[in-house]
Write a protein that binds this ligand. Structure first.
Ligand SMILES: [Zn+2]
Length: 159
């Protein structure tokens, strides 16, 4: 009998739980990793001299060869704001709807890194493949246009 290593789905929040902003969640299965969103948080009163708070992506840096990309759900700062900083550490493709990526594009221009980053426009209703994961973008209503909810098809379940 083949001795197959059993994989588990890991869901790792790098930010955005029990706090406002800094949304970023990592999905990992076997040797595939991708992240959902990459936002900033704004500093608390006691964080003197701090302009922006960004997620700690050292886990992704350590596992960079497994990282297939980042999927962004919508264009608010707390979901895309940290991308220019994070993409300097991990250069991976970014997937999102047209308006969301257009907003990101402006940020990348500001950081003079637009030509270095691969942006992939996905229409709501489309499904993308990221290694073993399939991610469907679903139109959703939010206070910014072109927002998407995600259905994440993993080898063990749908998230
Ligand atoms: Zn929002």
């Amino acid at each position: 009998m083949a001795n197959r290593k059993k994989n588990n789905l890991k869901v790792i929040p790098l930010g955005g739980l029990e706090e406002i902003g800094k949304n970023m969640t990592v999905f990992e299965y076997g040797d595939c990793i991708f992240a959902v969103d990459c936002g900033v948080a704004f500093p608390e009163d006691e964080m003197l001299g701090v302009d922006l708070v960004i997620p700690d992506v050292s886990y992704l840096e350590k596992n960079i060869e497994k990282v297939k990309g980042v999927v962004v759900t919508h264009g608010h700062e707390d979901h895309i704001g940290a991308l220019p900083y994070i993409l300097k550490k991990i250069n991976v493709p970014v997937y999102g709807t047209e308006l969301t990526l257009a907003l990101l594009e402006n940020k990348l221009i500001e950081h003079q890194m637009l030509n270095d980053i691969e942006l992939k426009v996905v229409k709501a209703g489309e499904t993308i493949k990221l290694g073993v994961f399939k991610v469907e973008l679903i139109h959703s209503t939010h206070s910014i246009a072109d927002s998407a909810a995600l259905a994440i098809f993993t080898p063990v379940c749908v998230v």
